[in-house]
Design a protein around this ligand. Structure first.
Ligand SMILES: [Zn+2]
Length: 426
């Protein structure tokens, strides 16, 4: 047992348990380390299930090593004699949250961005490691990174896998594959199918399991209109074909219905943001099984104080305000049409937002947009795992899966704001 977040030791730990007394800014984590093969029993809990059958009440969860081995009612599930028992009496166990749009190296325009200008790659990787740890402590146990710098994300992913650094499981797109003049383009850019195929292969060779492209303009840069289709269909097809041949998936930053239609026709796996998506395009996505990661939190009022805090310039706030209503409409229509939605924020998972974290606030927006609490929780867990092709290991509390578990003080299936009470992370 170690007190104080800065004192964590890092030797051969398969997983840790963090008990939180204070959320976010000052994590008063106490951590318990578990050796491989060690047996842990979490007792006195209600286990939230994602199949519509509610919570399994008064239950025990047995964890062996880093995986769940057994779940059952307390009356019929004895705690093994050698097990370390964690009593969480009266709380609800929820699968660890999964955030599918995170930049651990995020730099936004404004005062904060100016402070980070000229940041070296070595400083970047340390900042990213700090953000990774805070994300984990806030209850986000898996992230997908759609675009980082200098392959710091790949180094961080491997360091976390080796147990050298604490953080969530990482699925990464490496560096975004940019076209000249496109959203987020900096440094090397790639135009035409041949250059793009080479760029895709470079990211995969570096360790990326996803490829990120920007097929329209964006909010955070002035590269092209938000609703403009910047990449040509033959370029989009070349990226998707090259990635799929290596078993990698492709996701696109898109605010544009036209660009999204091209990308869905070309077999893209996922669309980010979708600021201006229309019902027709959403129906096309539903039919094709294309995933949608809304990041609704960035364009909605709850996040305005954040942008004020980081000193965002007026042009940026105007661009955000210009997409807010259409973005909200797109989310509502996507919910109505039954588009497959995986949660993502485009903010740091643990970023304070409206009295909770960005991840939880995003999920609460999904409920406001028409999802049931169950469906919103699924978007933050098993749906994301399915999108990652990792649903055999992640996304629900079931025997055989990793023990990526959080605990809250009320039933989130009754009221999803129970996620504001995360106090335990395994
Ligand atoms: Zn982003």
């Amino acid at each position: 047992m170690i007190s104080g977040g800065h004192m964590l030791r890092l030797h051969r730990i398969r997983y840790r348990v963090f008990l939180w007394s204070v959320l976010m800014a000052s994590p008063q984590a106490t951590a318990q380390s578990a050796a491989p093969g060690e047996v842990t029993a979490i007792t006195g809990v209600h286990v939230v299930r994602l199949d519509g059958s509610g919570a399994l009440e008064d239950a025990v969860v047995i964890v062996e090593g880093d995986r769940i081995s057994r779940i059952g009612r307390a009356a019929t599930t004895p705690v093994p004699a050698q097990a370390k028992e964690i009593r969480l009496n009266g709380s609800w166990l929820v699968p660890g949250l999964m955030n599918m749009h995170v930049h651990f190296g995020l730099v936004l325009p404004g005062v904060e961005g100016a402070r980070l200008a000229g940041e070296t790659d070595t400083a970047l990787v340390l900042r990213m490691a700090s953000n990774a740890r805070k994300s984990l402590l806030s209850g986000t146990t898996t992230v997908r990174l759609p675009g980082e710098k200098a392959h710091a994300d790949i180094a961080l992913m491997r360091a976390i896998e080796r147990g050298e650094v604490e953080g969530p499981r990482i699925f990464s797109a490496g560096e975004m594959v940019d076209i000249t003049g496109g959203h987020g383009a900096r440094g090397e850019t790639h135009d035409g199918p041949y250059e793009l195929r080479k760029a895709v292969r470079k990211e995969i060779a570096a360790g990326a399991s996803w490829i990120k492209i920007a097929i329209s303009g964006g909010v955070a840069t002035d590269g092209g209109g938000i609703a403009a289709a910047l990449m040509t269909p033959d370029e989009i097809e070349a990226v998707i074909d090259s990635a799929h041949r290596f078993g990698a998936k492709v996701t696109a930053h898109s605010g544009s219905p036209v660009a999204t239609r091209d990308a869905v026709n070309a077999g893209i796996d996922c669309i980010e943001h979708g600021y201006h998506l229309t019902r027709d395009v959403l129906r096309q996505m539903k039919k094709a099984g294309t995933w949608y990661v809304p990041t609704i939190v960035v364009s909605q009022p709850a996040t305005h104080p954040f942008f004020e805090r980081i000193g965002s310039p007026p042009w940026y706030l105007e661009r955000l305000a210009s997409v807010g209503q259409n973005h909200w409409n797109a989310l509502q229509m996507a919910v109505e049409e039954g588009v497959r939605i995986a949660l993502g924020t485009d903010q740091l998972p643990h970023e304070p937002n409206d009295g909770t974290t960005a991840t939880v606030r995003e999920a609460l927006y999904y409920v406001a947009a028409g999802m049931t609490p169950l469906r919103a929780l699924r978007s933050a867990t098993i749906e994301a795992a399915t999108m990652l092709d990792a649903d055999e290991d992640l996304g629900s509390i079931e025997p055989g899966k990793y023990a990526d578990i959080i605990a809250v003080q009320a039933d989130p299936l009754e009221d999803l704001s129970a996620l504001k009470t995360i106090f335990f992370v395994m």
